[in-house]
Design a binder for this molecule. Sequence first.
Ligand code: NAD
Ligand code: UFG
Length: 337
Amino acid sequence: MKVLVTGGAGYIGSHTCLALLELGYDVVAVDNFCNSSPESLKRVEELTGKKVPLYGIDVRDEAALDRVFKEHEIGCAIHFAGLKAVGESVEKPLSYYENNLLSTMTLLKVMGKNGVKKIVFSSSATVYSTENVMPLNETGRMGCTNPYGWTKFMCEEIIRDYAKADPEWSAVLLRYFNPVGAHPSGRIGEAPNGIPNNLMPFITQTACGVRKELVVFGDDYPTHDGTCVRDYIHVMDLAEGHAAAIDYLMAHTGTEVFNLGTGVGYSVLDMVKAFEEVNGLQLPHRIGPRRPGDIAVCYADPTKSRALLHWTAKRTLKDMCADAWHWQQLNPRGYEA
Ligand code: NAD
Ligand code: UFG
């Protein structure tokens, strides 16, 4: 079966393309490269020995997207394309609503027109209200604190409504926790533009000297060491979760939502310590003030994914730290030559 992957050149998209190719799927990717480079998928082709047709188009361009569906016999779509920086979404809310909502609606429309009625959507744990108790399960109360989160919340609703209107539709909404790490080859990984927003790229860039030190955002939270706890998940486990979601799509109709997390939380200082130990180095870091908007603890209840997707995260914190560092060392400037 041929899978259309929007945002396929991005961090999670490129790892998912690789996992799907290794499982025997064909992949067609579209990406406008607003936060990625076509180089990632060239490397996926090298690693797998398989071709990935890649269209440099915006998912909101209905005519261009329609041509992709006409040129390929697509069985289902995974929709990664979107803007994802929480802070930027607060500064530029309209860009986020425009890009994330319109790309989702255009994709659904073009899929419907071409009779392709199966979609996997990249959602986020950020759609859960901060009032829930941990671990978060899929029935938790919803609510967001920033425009990025609301775009995910709204896209979930749009997909749900669209799928409800036609009983042949099947949709899987995947709520990711904190994806980190890279493919063990070190050929593909996370290549953020400018100053990273997320912890792991900040750690790896500090370790290789691109950044002077890591600032730990607060050590007065009600956690075992005072720093925030998150559910870090290896990006290859996440990628394999998408293959499991495709299996589920093929066997069901309607919309279902799943957490993709490990169910285990680690603090920022746990991450620093693990990174130092696994890679045999010292990471310059200091405690700074809290980052506005952070919550103390966030981790998944992965029971439903385990039961219905028959998927579970297998890789360890050691794998996450080793693979992230391997990628950083081999590609100190990401995909730039
Ligand atoms: P990424 O930025 O690396 O990948 C997204 C890709 O989509 C990029 O290659 C970008 O160029 C492309 N894109 C954006 N808008 C587009 C458009 N209109 N048309 C075509 N291409 C477009 O991000 P990622 O980390 O791989 O995230 C993938 C998805 O998962 C996103 O939807 C993100 O919101 C979601 N997600 C990510 C995380 C995380 O921490 N990385 C957590 C939860 C959810
Ligand atoms: N942190 C630091 N120093 C840094 C960067 C991060 O101490 O330089 C801390 C943060 O305060 C937080 C933890 O590391 O406690 C993880 O931070 P990230 O920014 O990596 O991840 P978040 O949990 O804040 O956010 C992630 C995704 C969002 C998503 C959210 C909820 O980046 O897109 O999870 O799922 F919305």
